[in-house]
Write a protein that binds this ligand. Structure first.
Ligand code: PHE
Length: 488
């Protein structure tokens, strides 16, 4: 007899774990970056369209697939998609679908963690540096570069993070993951709300011409002209962000949903995950980095750009925003706040650390489940095998310049590709009627009938378009790589 699978102990634990899975660095670092670099309000239009036509449907599909696999004792994509595809194709063909999605999910998780965990590690380091005031009185840009070139220090904070992850995952789902997220997630929301309260009170801290309101205006005024001129790029960025932030197209939502009971609700819970994530992204994430950057524009933007006017200064901020922004420009802001800046900075980076950690737990658990269930390796041993895989995969980030952005682009592409697999296998091969029935089994809500064609037709068509776009850009960018490596 098979041993009973672990299950979520409480409803609130499940919801917080799912929210922890989705709410990550994507909400507080990647989202403001994407908004800033894609014309502010221009980005928000396709963002909400993608949320409604793709994000919510794929979230439901993944919850349904996960609970279905869990019923047969599987928490990974390979076996789950094999079982679902078998509803309409021969076992051999179903096997191919299982293998491809399983391998995609595995490589994607490893690839993504090769850089994601580093940023989580930087956040731990910077939380510490904020408390000690290490970057106060220094040029934060130089401080960041010298931190990155101090490999020992980088590896230390990264290593501690990964060891803690291994411990949490090694304890299992209900006794480990659930307990950790129940502490981290509420704290994350509390930290964010305290900081936003402060940002609002702040108004115009250094110059009456610049206030937090400028940041809100930049995000919330639809910029149709920009959208028209950069339509394809903004669409791609918005779709990619929706997948990234909701943790879709990776197998992670399915994995968490596999620890549900066979009749536990998925419809309302899936929607709750989306809502909690969007609250954390659009409301909380949108109220921090960008409004802070505009309120402190005179401290961040070079004087010659400031002189040219607000629009120029805003687009300078947009160009500067990137992965490093939180670690180079925001410390300037914290320093300008004086002593409160230390607490504020520590809170900001601790928030990033919690956000990243609770997403990383989900990815880590996926790999642990893969070793445990598909390869029969004991969970404790498995978690340390994953540890070694992460260690090896994470090395290029430390040593190769520009590796992170390249990999991030590939990750967005693979997320979208796997999401297309979700629709093909878990809806079409599983059969739309079966899917609809599963979605409503034990459900606390009824999904309106008119939403069905969105899931069945509109979502897969919308997935195909960015995929084609991404392939062309990616192949072009990757072809330049051999030359870059040769330079190193
Ligand atoms: N959703 C997470 C974030 O916003 C990232 C993530 C993507 C985590 C896919 C797991 C799987 O940071």
């Amino acid at each position: 007899m098979e041993q009973a699978r672990d299950q979520w102990a409480t409803k609130i634990g499940l919801i917080l774990a799912m929210a922890g899975n989705a709410v990550g660095l994507g909400n507080f670092v990647r989202f403001p970056t994407q908004v800033a670099q894609n014309g502010g309000g221009a980005f928000m239009v396709p963002y909400f369209v993608a949320l409604f036509l793709l994000g919510i449907p794929v979230m439901w599909i993944e919850w349904v697939a996960g609970r279905y696999g869990g019923k047969y004792g599987h928490g990974t994509l390979g076996p789950t998609y094999y079982l679902m595809a078998r509803e309409s194709v021969k076992p051999k063909t179903a096997f191919i679908f299982g293998i491809i999605s399983g391998m995609l999910a595995f490589s994607l998780t490893v690839l993504m963690n090769s850089y994601y965990l580093h940023i989580v590690g930087w956040s731990a380091a910077y939380s510490y540096f904020s408390v000690t005031g290490a970057y106060f009185g220094q040029n934060p840009g130089d401080f960041f570069s010298s931190y990155l070139s101090n490999y020992g220090q980088v590896m230390l904070f990264w290593g501690v993070t990964v060891v803690l992850l291994a411990i949490a995952v090694g304890q299992g789902v209900s006794k480990g993951i659930e307990r950790w997220v129940k502490v981290m997630m509420p704290l994350l929301y509390v930290f964010a709300i305290i900081m936003i309260g402060y940002v609002f009170v702040l108004g115009s801290p250094v110059d009456p011409n610049w206030s937090t309101i400028d940041g809100f205006r930049f995000i919330w005024t639809p910029n149709w002209a920009y959208l028209k001129d950069h339509f394809a790029a903004v669409m791609l960025a918005a779709t990619g962000q929706i997948f990234f932030t909701l943790s879709l197209g990776m197998g992670i939502i399915q994995n968490y949903a596999s620890y549900l009971g066979p009749d536990d609700d998925v419809a309302l819970s899936g929607l709750a995950t989306v809502s909690l994530n969007e609250f954390a992204e659009v409301v909380l994430g949108g109220s921090l980095a960008i409004p802070l950057a505009t309120a402190y524009a005179p401290k961040i933007v070079p004087p010659e750009v400031l002189q040219q006017g607000k629009t120029e200064a805003l687009s300078w901020i947009g160009e500067e925003f990137g992965l490093g922004f939180s670690y180079t420009s925001l410390p300037n802001v914290f320093v300008s706040m004086g002593d409160i800046g230390r607490i504020f900075g520590a809170m900001w980076f601790l928030l990033l650390w919690f956000a990243g950690f609770t997403s990383a737990i989900a990815m880590y658990n996926y790999l642990a489940a893969l070793l445990e269930e598909d390869l029969n390796i004991n969970r404790k041993v498995g978690t340390w095998i994953v540890f070694v895989i992460y260690l090896i995969a994470g090395l290029p980030v430390v040593f190769i310049d520009g590796y992170m952005d390249q990999v991030d682009a590939w990750v967005s592409f693979q997320l979208t590709l796997l999401a297309l697999f979700d629709v093909i296998v878990a809806v079409w091969l599983f059969k739309p009627d079966n899917f609809w029935e599963e979605l409503h089994k034990g459900a606390y809500m009824k999904v309106p009938e008119w939403y069905k064609p969105i899931i069945l037709y509109i979502a897969p068509i919308l997935l195909l378009i960015p995929l084609v776009g991404m392939v062309t850009t990616l192949v072009g960018a990757t072809l330049e790589w051999p030359a870059r490596i040769a330079i190193i």
